[in-house]
Ligand binder design. Structure first.
Ligand code: GLN
Length: 484
């Protein structure tokens, strides 16, 4: 049962072959047994989860079930969950109980989905390895010496070790896609504005976007059907007609034009990752796609631009004006920051402090034009590269991350090396485009490789179709780590 898809589990629930309470307690049992090995969860509350499951069962009994009613999912600890500890991976929030639900959490509750627990993450989502978490790093289920990626590493490891059938994460510069790649699961960051940020503790508001993480593209589509949609409490939430993200899953791919950016297959990409990605592209050709080489010339600027803009948004009160500019509403990092500045209280880890310094510096008098404004201009150029590319292709493919999972401690002493692990994902956030990662094989160390699929604005339905067709033809997404 732990290997069943959301669709299969939903069918079992609908046919009353299993109850949500049974399903939930099976997963909780598994979490209680396996979590000590992986540290994927910060908070688990058996009773609260089972209570939600029983409520879902009565909903099903009354004939009020929706597609995911009764399905248990794990939630990254960045989402405010009413009456649950919500730490954002930080010591400073180690006793913060959220007084309200994030929009996404509300949607899950309305559907009758069950919260299995809050997952571990890099502190305030700043990191690519989960090593910045105050709650100790998560371990990769494929190799406990390796990192799970970050910042949504707990969610990725929970799904990879089958402690949860699906989970939610957030992606500011790659935090859904990179851990999905390193843990051998699927994940999608939707177009900026498709999923409300209300109640998602902000990192950098013009980049943050929540999204689902699961085994397969089909499961991601089912999750996105619940998560997406307009919410007036986030002023960047987009008012668009609701979509059924499963609608195009079955479409054949004949005629699909895939763009392969020269810059994504260049220096820095390890051979084993390149081989797996090229084999995946070969599989797409068999499915009827053609490929064209494209160029995203400003790729190398994406990391420096991001590391000016993201820290600036995080550490200034720009985000506080978000009530107007970005609709930023969560307990707030900025308020905590004020508290930190006033009291010099310990409570933030080294990476967060580093970002506060960078952010304060690039926004200060005399440096604002040279750094912050310049970065804003370059951000526009990076977005334009993608728009040019989409004149030549329907979708862009490449590696999600330059290497497979690296070892714990391997990059934690060298921020630049750590930042470089997001070289292929960050441009997508800067442009506000949708991006996803699906498993496409294994590297030299028998660790998973992720295929990165980048689509044009609002093409999530098509991207999920492209991923699903690949998953019908391959079984990488069905592989389990040894011992799992
Ligand atoms: N690794 C990147 C960072 O540290 C991106 C993190 C994210 O997407 N939240 O900022």
């Amino acid at each position: 049962m732990f290997n069943f898809s959301l669709k299969q589990l939903s069918d079992l629930l609908a046919a009353k072959k299993i109850s949500s309470a049974e399903l939930t307690s099976e997963f909780l049992g598994r979490i209680n047994r396996l979590n000590p090995h992986y540290n994927a969860f910060i908070t688990v509350k058996n009773d609260a989860s089972l209570q939600q499951a029983r409520a879902a069962d009565s909903k099903i009994a009354q004939g009020l079930a929706q597609p995911l009613t009764g399905i248990p999912v794990a939630q990254k600890d960045i989402f405010c969950t009413k009456d649950w500890l919500t730490t954002c991976g930080s010591q400073i929030l180690s006793n913060f109980t959220a007084p309200y639900d994030a929009h996404v959490v509300e949607r899950f509750k309305e559907t009758g989905m069950v919260n299995l627990g809050k997952t571990n993450m890099d502190e305030f989502a700043m990191g690519s390895s989960n090593e910045t978490s105050y709650y100790r790093p998560v371990k990769n289920p494929w190799d406990v010496k390796a990192v799970p990626g970050g910042s949504s590493g707990g969610s990725a490891a929970a799904v990879a070790a089958r402690m949860a059938p699906a989970a939610i994460g957030t992606d500011t510069g790659g935090s859904i896609r990179q851990p999905a790649a390193l843990c051998g699961i699927s994940g999608i960051k939707p177009t900026y504005g498709v999923v409300s940020r209300y109640g998602m503790i902000a990192f950098a508001s013009s980049l943050d976007q929540g999204g689902p993480m699961a085994r397969s593209a089909e499961d991601l589509a089912l999750m996105l059907n619940v998560m997406a949609g307009f919410d007036a409490r986030d002023s960047t939430s987009l008012k668009r007609p609701p979509e059924d993200y499963t609608r195009d899953l079955a479409k054949p791919l004949a005629g699909l034009k895939i763009g392969l950016p020269r810059e994504y297959f260049a220096e820095g990409l390890s051979d084993d990752v390149a081989r797996a990605v090229e084999a995946a592209v070969g599989q797409y050709r068999k499915l009827g796609a053609t490929t064209v080489e494209i160029s995203l010339p400003n790729t190398k600027l994406s990391i420096p631009v991001y590391y000016v803009l993201a820290p600036a948004e995080a550490s200034s009160n720009l985000s506080r004006y978000d009530g107007v500019r970005y609709g930023y509403r969560a307990p707030q990092y900025n308020d905590l920051l004020d508290m930190y500045r006033k009291t010099r209280a310990e409570g933030f880890g080294a990476e967060v402090k580093r970002r506060i310094l960078i952010g304060t510096y690039v926004l200060s008098h005399g440096y604002y034009d040279a750094y912050y404004l310049k970065a804003q201009k370059l951000r526009r150029l990076i977005a334009q590269d993608f728009l040019e590319a989409f004149k030549k292709c329907d979708v862009i493919m490449g590696p999600t991350s330059p290497t497979t999972a690296f070892n714990l401690g391997e990059k934690s002493g060298d921020p630049v090396q750590m930042y470089l692990s997001d070289i292929y994902t960050i441009g997508v956030n800067l442009a506000g485009l949708p991006g996803m990662s699906i498993p496409c094989g294994f590297g030299n160390k028998k660790l998973p490789v992720g295929l990165h699929i980048i689509g044009n604005y609002f093409s999530e339905g098509h991207m999920l179709n492209i991923a699903h067709q690949y998953q019908l033809a391959t079984d990488w997404h069905m592989r389990n780590p040894e011992g799992v």
